[in-house]
Design a protein. Sequence first.
Lengths: 368, 460
Amino acid sequence: MKGLSSWQLYGLMLLFQLGTNVVFGIASPAKQDAWITAGISLILGMVLLWMYSMLYGTHANTNWSGLLSFAFGRYIGAILSVGYVFIFIYSAARNLRDLGELTNNFLLQMTPMWFVMVIFQCLVTYVCYAGVQRLGKLAELNVPIIIFLFLLQIILLVASGTMRLSLLTPVAAEWKPIFTTVFPASLTVPYAEVFAFAAFWSTTMPPKGFRKIAILSAATAGLMFMVLDILAVSTLGPEVFSRSFFPLMTTFQMVNIADFIQDLDPFIVTNYMTSVLFKTSIFTYAACAMISDQWKMNHLRAAVIPVSIIVCLFAIYMADNLSSHLFTGHQWAVWVIFLPFFVVLPMLALLTIKLKSKLQYSPSKGDG
Amino acid sequence: MGPKSIRLSDSNDLEQFTEDLKQTFGSMPDLIFRSAGSSMIVYIAGIVDLQRIEREIIEPLSTQQKTEEVTVKTPSIEQTADYQKTVQALLSGMAAVAICGEEKVILANVAAIPHRNVTKPETETVVHGPREGFVEYIETNIALIRRILNSEKLRMKKWNLGSVTQTEVRLAYLDGVAPNELVSEISNRISSVRLKGIIDSNYLTEHIKDRPLSIFPTIQTTERPDVVADALLKGKVAIIVNNSPFALILPVTFWNDFQSIEDYYLLYSSATFLRVIRAIYIISALFLPSLYVAITTFHVEMIPTELLLSIAVSREPSPFPALVEALIMESVFEALREAIVRLPNMLGQAVSVLGALVIGQAIVQAGIVSVPIIIVVSITGIASLMIPRYEMTFAIRILRILLLLLAGTFGLFGITLGLFFTQTYLTGISSAGMPYMTPIAPVSLKGLKDFLNRKPFERK
């Protein structure tokens, strides 16, 4: 029995994967076929998660920084670990920035964005300080609320009568945009990002349970994305859907019941804050876990505050405006960061570790 | 302070013993010495039953022959040669009988300590169900519990705490039902209490709480014996303190504070209905003022146009921003609440007239605050009175003010932020080792059966 119960890990992973996609939508470049894209990337994502859990299964008591040195030797492992610390910090900062942009757009137009982000990062710091066990409990508290709100949003949208399912046709007229969207964008965000759990997975659950939960939570999140995509496209039409910054946000602005319930965006943003809190906290926590593993600290708490400060600075200075922020995310970060570090390197590590264990009985010293 | 042990071989020793006692008690006027035959009786007037002393001690002693074994007729007696114990016994209402030629005194329990009769509980009222509340006298309280829990499994541990007051404290639990670790953990915590005096059970609360400075009550206080019995049956432990009509129960969860014992005295459907209503209003007790402030200040577009117009019209004469209005009304309401608790009974009418007239009408007519905020604060006030546990109302009220301030500065963003800080904090506290948010975090399916719904009693 390790630190988290399966329901806690499930909640944590579900909220993590929902993340920013609750507002940004998934696979919007694929237009009316976004839901097919979401489905395909879900299947690929589950394969990816399976691979992660196999990696975890090779050394059930070791976190990612330990696995790195197993696979690539002490020195290269250490260098890569430091790299990962920055990757996690950068990812946390991206999510924080997303939140800042959204809050600035929809909730607090007059409050400076850096201030919103600093305050939110204070909350993240507190959550990370509390540790992964309490993070799990926090997820348990919030998953029912998020699922309830999700259902409520669907009911309200359907009841408003703005949906036209005919907008979903033609179905899969062109396969090219579907696949270019699946790979790499929709695969890496959110499924490949689950790799952040690798930084502290030995404190969560044993590999078998971890695998089951990861795949289950991915399935839930993927289905939710498909439903959201279908709703958004049939409400907005494929063109608006693919061009909007916040397609799902725009969708729920269409909610109007008897001229009484309307303009729900503050509530959507609030809903979104929940999942972003988990995403940012887990990335921040992952960075701290990497640091404390690499330098054999007794407790990762000491790393939380410095890491949080760096996350804040990254988030504030990473982009000039929303467009450049989104551009970096969609075009640059995917290829330079998410794909190599969350997909390629783990695969390499898995291969090396498997090969090494095959060669274990024919000792060849110096290959480690 | 006096000798260690008592020697009473001849009349000189008896004289010495009397002198020692007078010395120890500082020639207290209510320390009474009476001699009967060759023996002497000591007691403190006021806390003993004089008629019983006459009938059970003095009468038999004065009619006794020298050769006979000395006997007193009191049912509860003990013998001791320990001087300090004798002093304590005198203080707790016993009479000490010192007989010349014996090496010890007889302590006869003839206590008649004044105390109140059992009355209705004042703070936890129910429509259906038992109507007895605890009193300040520990023996009565324990008798009330024993009457409900008619079982030899009901066990008690006893302490005398407070270096001056020597207050009797008892830990009650059902053997085999309450986990042993819980009992020993709480025993340890009680044993480590170092206080001069314990006047009320709350003195203990702050010492044995898991987090002494938390604003959330992780120990339940109750003045109902049926609540204690119910808790003991569920495997909890209860602490009963002499001089206090409030027993302590632990462990307790956050959600327990929103359940009333009456839920079990009503049909399961009625109880579930009540719990849902209570939950809705308690949530509004926490959020309503801050939501109102956040939405009218920052997110006006969320309000339907017609409603927005009517709110705008009624807010028009008021010069203050919504946050200030809300703070004014909240503070006035809290002041009224406190005043009503403190005021002498005969002034009640005056305060309610003032409250209703001045705060209800004049403040609006004068254009100081607007009508909607009065509605909001009134609903909140009523809602916060629905919380079954008095202790919990404070946590909710403090949080409400904090959320109000956050809502006034950051709108819904602030409310969400405050909510998450609270949630994170709550996941970290526990009551006697049990996580405070059980059965939601960590989830327990067994606990969820009796959560917002009151499950029907099991039938066999």
